[in-house]
Design a protein around this ligand. Structure first.
Ligand SMILES: Cc1ncc(COP(=O)(O)O)c(C=O)c1O
Length: 369
């Protein structure tokens, strides 16, 4: 016990020395260029009013769910929201989760079995890696957004393969070539799973819907903590996969269901999204303003996440501090979270940022570089 405490403190001290110690802070006041609230839903008074009205009309929504959905925790609203969501995304079924992390944990710890292989993009979200640790399947990585490397790996596998990609990656702000990857998955009879955390809401219902790939993938994960300004997630899949998860996914079975309030906030978020397409257009205009400032970035032209490479943790910290002093909230990604030499400032653009704010922010970055 004592030696492990030493190890805890040593690891924390090392981070402190490197300037990368994480601390819980209360959100500071400033201009938001760091949150995932891409469309401003989390701050929208109009959406809050809609939700409050629904709670006033149905005050029982705020009570606890009382158990796992398989025992006492299921409800009419959970079932009807799932049905609605499946229909909207044009999938056979949907299964709600309290967060995207839980949804990925359920999928990748449950579907792949002992003789299977999970092939993940090297930049896949941590939740997929954590889930793979709970599964008996083999895990392999393919080079980021490199379908050729994926195909070479697939060719060499014997058992069934699962492929894990995100439609938009949050470290790089670049899109996966999902149409090409879907074709490769079909060719090798592999099961493709796509995480749409950063595309849902920003690009309609996500890229699967945009490219009509529903029949070419085994499951998609939609999260509600980002553009929808709420919390929670859905796995979109067919009836068999849903039933398999309900029967075998520990992260679904052995936990108390979220409250009905959470499902209602998701339902209300969809209604608000359907009525406010203009916000995604505003966001795209802001992305255009940012891109027109000619900062070098590996991110895609239309991505709400724009990464600026500032190699060296100390320089990156210095830039972030300057921006913070000027009132800008940004997020810096240090090594070892990313490879040494590819440390970066991650700018998240929103529908509610103003042109003036973007011009000032980019001006400070340009001067620093
Ligand atoms: C790609 C991706 N998947 C899953 C998650 C987890 O979603 P949630 O925040 O709802 O747990 C995140 C959020 O960090 C994410 O970026």
């Amino acid at each position: 016990m004592l030696s492990s405490i030493f190890h805890f403190q040593e690891s924390l001290d090392k981070r402190k020395e490197e300037g990368t110690l994480r601390r819980l802070r209360i959100q500071s006041y400033g201009i938001d260029f760091y949150s995932n609230d891409y469309l401003g839903f989390a701050k929208s008074k109009e959406l809050q009013q809609l939700l409050l009205q629904k709670v006033t009309d149905n005050p029982q929504l705020l009570s606890g769910s009382t158990g796992s959905r398989l025992i006492s925790g299921n409800s009419d609203i959970a079932v009807s929201v799932e049905k609605d969501i499946a229909q909207k995304h044009q999938f056979e079924s949907a299964l709600l989760f309290p967060s995207g992390y839980n949804a990925n944990l359920a999928l990748f710890s449950t579907l792949p079995s002992r003789h299977d292989t999970v092939i993940v993009d090297e930049q896949i979200h941590r939740s997929v890696h954590d889930a793979c640790k709970l599964s008996n399947a083999k895990k392999l990585k393919f080079k980021h957004n490199d379908p050729e490397d994926l195909e070479n790996i697939l060719k060499r596998q014997e058992g069934h393969c699962y492929i894990a990609v995100e439609s938009l990656y949050s470290m790089e702000g670049d899109f996966a070539p999902i149409q090409e990857i879907a074709s490769i998955a079909m060719k090798y009879k592999a099961s493709l799973i796509v995480d749409e955390a950063h595309t849902f809401g920003v690009f309609g219902y996500g890229l699967i819907e945009k490219y009509q790939l529903q029949n070419q993938i085994s499951a998609a994960v939609i999260t509600y903590g980002k553009a929808l300004g709420a919390h929670g997630a859905t796995i979109l899949c067919n009836e068999t996969v849903k039933s398999y998860l309900v029967n075998f996914a520990s992260p679904f079975i052995y936990t108390t269901s979220a409250q009905d309030f959470q499902w209602m906030s998701i339902k209300t978020g969809y209604e608000f999204l359907d009525q406010n397409h203009g916000l995604a257009e505003k966001l795209q205009n802001n992305i255009k303003v940012f891109r027109s400032r000619n900062l070098q970035s590996p991110s895609a032209e239309t991505s709400p996440i724009q990464a600026i490479l500032i190699p060296d943790n100390r320089r990156l910290k210095a830039l972030q501090n300057i921006l913070s002093e000027e009132g800008f909230l940004t997020y810096a990604i240090y090594s070892p979270t990313v490879k040494e030499g590819s440390e970066r400032l991650r700018i998240c653009l929103h529908s509610f940022n103003t042109e003036k704010e973007i011009v000032k922010l980019t001006g400070i970055i340009k001067e620093f570089i």
